[in-house]
Design a protein around this ligand. Structure first.
Ligand SMILES: NC(=O)c1ccc[n+]([C@@H]2O[C@H](COP(=O)([O-])OP(=O)(O)OC[C@H]3O[C@@H](n4cnc5c(N)ncnc54)[C@H](OP(=O)(O)O)[C@@H]3O)[C@@H](O)[C@H]2O)c1
Length: 409
């Protein structure tokens, strides 16, 4: 039997405890004797919880117990999660985390600490919640040259966009409903401004490149400017609008030397028939393209107590089966220079006032791929061919004030 501890008994930490308890028989098939939660670290008491007798408030109780071999870090935030994780690893205790903020900021450092002390730092649940994604990417797809990863990585924003599309509802109204239903936080900024997706696509980009792609270095745009009118235009042409994390190898022959990847978070028009088009509500979907395997799609619940708890437990099982050595994850601290957003290539959907149509034609010329409006329209709606973003925004500046600008997949 493996003795374990949970750092942070909130939503996910309590999910981990439930999965370990309710699926104990299943887990014992993978880890002889199973995984037993000996301690739970939290600030509060939980007198009504069946785990009340395991709650401790002092991390040293856990770190000084030589029986503890694995912990999960489900506290969230950078501190004290970083210090607690590092101290556990330095004691040779493997740490399994759901904390994307910590993983994005300190992943390489914690992996190095784990390797130096013969234990593991694992973080499957930090991206895609309950979807097995990082382990398949690192193991089953280790032989692949991954050319792109494109993902709907945030359930809250996907829920909001799905409702806007289905009911023609306004962003603010759907956000309020999502908050009432508990799908969106009181302070929704991390989700709706794209930061959560941005951190996840940074982690994915780091794992596929083996170097560090910093969240702060990538273009991050949220969903707050999407309107019902955008959905009407998109739907009429068979497109949906999704917030995507996109990471792809530069294929342009004129890509600046040394730059290998374009990484960004932004809303995109996704065409019917694309595997991500039908990923709706709180679900997440991630499309990985390898040079040999072609497209591989991952789909499931990207958040929630039990799905995310299940992914943390998967890591705890792997850590328990790997006691005495380190599960290798290639992620160096060296920062990978990604393409500036002005050098990224995308096609765009644009809504302008009809009065600006002539200026648009003069500025964009051949870059216009299709016009989606007619002469009777109060708007001039067009889509471009794939174009360097710097060129696109130069042309746009000469065209007047856009009502809406959304990238196209
Ligand atoms: N919620 C999801 O669906 C989901 C999905 C994937 C990943 N994640 C990630 O998983 C992590 C945890 O999320 P969550 O939703 O479970 O958050 P949560 O419900 O707020 O749980 C965090 C728990 O940690 C406790 N805690 C905070 N600081 C502590 C400290 N210094 N010592 C001991 N305990 C401390 C908190 O106590 P207090 O409540 O008293 O502060 C709380 O009980 C986050 O990084 C999140 O991004 C969440």
């Amino acid at each position: 039997m493996i003795q374990a501890a949970i750092f942070g008994f909130g939503n996910i930490g309590s999910g981990v405890a439930t999965v370990l308890e309710e699926n104990a028989g299943q887990i014992a098939k993978a880890v002889p004797g199973g995984i037993h939660v000996k301690y739970i670290l939290d600030i509060r008491e939980f007198p009504d919880s069946p785990f009340a007798d395991r709650i401790v408030h002092d991390i040293d109780v856990i770190l000084s117990d030589p029986e503890i071999k694995v912990v999960c870090e489900t506290m969230g935030g950078k501190e004290p999660a970083f210090t607690f994780s590092k101290r556990a690893l330095e004691k040779g205790i493997s740490v399994c985390s759901s904390n994307k903020e910590l993983v994005e900021a300190f992943g390489p450092q914690l992996l190095e600490t784990a390797a130096a002390h013969g234990c593991s730092y694992l973080f499957e649940a930090s991206v895609g919640g309950g979807i097995p994604l990082l382990t398949p990417l690192l193991q089953n797809l280790a032989q692949e040259d991954i050319q792109s990863v494109t993902g709907i990585l945030n359930g809250t924003t996907n829920y909001i966009l799905t409702k806007m599309e289905r009911y023609g509802a306004d962003y603010g109204q759907v956000l309020k409903e999502a908050q009432e239903l508990g799908y969106a936080e009181r302070n929704p900024a991390a989700d709706v401004e794209g930061h959560d997706t941005g951190r996840k696509i940074s982690i994915l980009s780091s794992l596929i490149s083996g170097k560090t792609v910093k969240f702060d270095d990538i273009h991050t745009e949220g969903i707050t400017k999407i309107t019902p009118a955008d959905f009407v235009r998109a739907k009429a042409k068979g497109y949906s609008i999704k917030l995507l994390g996109v990471s792809r190898k530069c294929s342009a022959p004129d890509a600046p030397a040394g730059i290998r990847m374009e990484v960004m978070t932004a809303p995109f028009l996704v065409p019917e028939g694309h595997p991500l088009h039908s990923v709706s509500d709180v679900f997440n979907g991630v499309l990985v393209h390898g040079n040999m395997v072609d497209d591989v799609m991952f789909y499931g619940r990207g958040a929630g107590k039990l799905p995310t708890g299940s992914a943390v437990v998967a890591d705890m099982i792997l850590a328990a089966k790997s006691i005495g050595h380190t599960v290798p994850i290639q992620w160096e601290a060296e920062v990978l220079e990604t393409a500036a957003s002005s050098d990224c290539t995308n096609a765009f959907f644009v809504r302008m006032h009809a009065a600006d149509a002539a200026k648009v034609h003069a500025a964009f010329g051949d870059c216009i791929d299709q016009v989606w409006s007619d002469e009777t329209d109060a708007e001039f709606v067009f889509v471009t061919k794939p174009v360097k973003e710097g060129v696109f925004f130069d042309c746009l500046q000469r065209s007047g004030e856009a009502l809406s600008v959304i990238r196209m997949l």
